[in-house]
Write a protein that binds this ligand. Structure first.
Ligand SMILES: NC(=O)c1ccc[n+]([C@@H]2O[C@H](COP(=O)([O-])OP(=O)(O)OC[C@H]3O[C@@H](n4cnc5c(N)ncnc54)[C@H](OP(=O)(O)O)[C@@H]3O)[C@@H](O)[C@H]2O)c1
Length: 271
């Protein structure tokens, strides 16, 4: 599978498996199916309540740790230095792993200086507990502030799908060598209904989801679709084996843009 460079130590498979809303035991079967069809990159978070089951499923797979890629995230209340260390240690214990490949700040929190959080994450990286440092739900303003610390930010995970393509943030991240991960890549199912996506699905005899995931891959954007349906899990993985023509990639860019879907009360998007 194509991988995207994160830093000298790590690269991330372009397609991963999302696990939000698959809490506890509900995650087990989808994770087993995902592993069996070939996913090796899993996206979790302290807030998803599935570290333990993910750790168990991965351990039972018999795969070596270096064959797998795990992203996890620190919740926004745990961004003080001491809490960052404790959150990472807890996550590693739950996951039963010696390290996390990519560790993200789940949401920015204006109450806690970003330098304090990133320095603590830098120390985790030095100690080998994480391989790469990233952020999530960061706007250009947040990234500018974060980059002033001089600590390497390897990834920004944000809402990104055809009707919310984040083109401006994408170019900014490109210029600053920050890889981008698309969360809610199929717009939580809503973007599967877009007429242009449906037309392309017919043209290529592929599902709407495959069209979207191929488009993201061809833009070098990492995607982490979530599904509990074995057919969908397989279908999403099959998006890896075909390409859209250049003109069709452009058609995808021309899709009218809507408002973001994920905007909790604590989000800092408006500032
Ligand atoms: N960093 C953050 O703040 C943040 C926020 C949101 C999400 N995320 C991450 O991103 C992942 C994905 O985002 P998401 O869960 O919001 O949304 P998503 O992956 O865009 O959409 C999930 C929905 O799409 C459906 N679906 C998936 N593949 C399909 C297919 N091939 N055909 C038809 N329907 C399909 C699923 O239903 P079925 O189960 O029926 O297939 C599910 O209802 C999350 O699980 C999480 O890991 C991160």
């Amino acid at each position: 599978m194509k991988r995207i460079y994160l830093n000298e130590q790590a690269s991330i498979p372009i397609l991963g498996f999302g696990t939000w809303q698959l809490a506890g035991e509900a995650a087990r079967k989808p994770l087993e199916v995902a592993l069996s069809v070939g996913y090796r990159h899993f996206d979790t978070a302290a807030a998803y309540d599935n570290h333990e089951v993910l750790g168990e499923v991965l351990k039972r797979s018999g795969l070596k740790r270096e064959e797998l890629f795990v992203t996890s995230k620190i919740w926004r209340d745990d961004l003080k230095a001491r809490d960052v260390v404790a959150a990472c240690e807890e996550a590693l214990e739950e996951l039963q792993m010696p390290y996390i490949d990519l560790y993200l700040i789940h949401w920015p929190n204006r109450e806690i200086p970003i330098g304090e959080t990133l320095e603590a994450m830098g120390k985790l990286k030095e100690d080998g507990l994480i391989k790469a440092i990233g952020v999530s739900n960061f706007t250009i303003r947040h990234l500018e502030e974060a980059m002033k610390t001089g600590i390497e930010i390897s990834n920004n995970q944000v809402e990104l799908h055809p009707s919310f393509n984040q083109n401006e943030l994408e170019s900014y991240c490109d210029r600053h060598h920050i890889s981008l991960t698309a969360y809610s890549p199929v717009g939580q199912g809503q973007d599967l209904k877009l007429p242009k996506v449906q037309t392309l699905a017919k043209k290529y005899s592929r599902s709407e989801s495959e069209i979207i995931l191929a488009w993201l891959r061809q833009k070098n954007i990492i995607a982490i679709p979530r599904s509990k349906d074995p057919d969908h899990i397989l279908e999403n993985f099959k998006s890896l084996d075909f390409d859209l023509e250049t003109a069709d990639l452009q058609l995808m860019e021309d899709i009218p843009q809507e408002r973001r879907m994920i905007n909790p009360s604590f989000a800092e998007f408006a500032e």
